[in-house]
Design a protein around this ligand. Structure first.
Ligand SMILES: [Zn+2]
Length: 147
């Protein structure tokens, strides 16, 4: 049997999108922020800030209205743009899915991006959550102007 190195699944998250997510997290602190990631395939084009109807420091719930409106707006694009993930913040804890995040993850193909604290800094991490199993996703900036 030959063993091939397993391709680590990943997403492309441009620097401008990362900065938008970090800015949203800072604005919303100490509450969790949340939003949807729009793009094609595994490539995020932009992030859409949404209302966190949970208004909580420890959990998030995308306003259903925001989700519905965004889906409707994306139908106008050709080729189609899709919601390919969701992001939220952990103002006081690490960027790792909480038990609630795992239990509530309803989209097996989405990327779940979390911005959270590592020491004094905010950091972003991405995951796939399928049937309550969490897998880390690599993140690429996907920009030639990467410093
Ligand atoms: Zn969380």
């Amino acid at each position: 049997m030959t063993s091939r190195p397993a391709a680590r699944p990943g997403i492309t998250l441009p620097g401008a999108v990362r900065r938008a997510i970090l800015d949203h997290a800072r604005r919303q602190a100490p509450l969790e922020c949340c939003g949807l990631l729009v793009g094609r395939g595994r490539k995020v084009g932009f992030a859409v800030a949404c209302v966190n109807v949970a208004q909580s420091r420890t959990r998030y719930r995308i306003a259903p209205r925001d989700h519905i409106d965004l889906r409707r707006a994306l139908r106008a694009f050709s080729p189609p743009l899709e919601i390919i993930g969701v992001y939220h913040s952990h103002p006081r804890s690490r960027p790792e899915p909480s038990l609630t995040d795992i239990a509530d993850a309803a989209y097996p193909d989405w990327a779940y991006v979390i911005v959270g604290r590592i020491g004094t800094r905010l950091a972003l991490r991405a995951y796939q959550i399928r049937q309550r199993r969490v897998r880390a996703l690599s993140m690429r900036a996907g920009s030639p102007s990467r410093p």
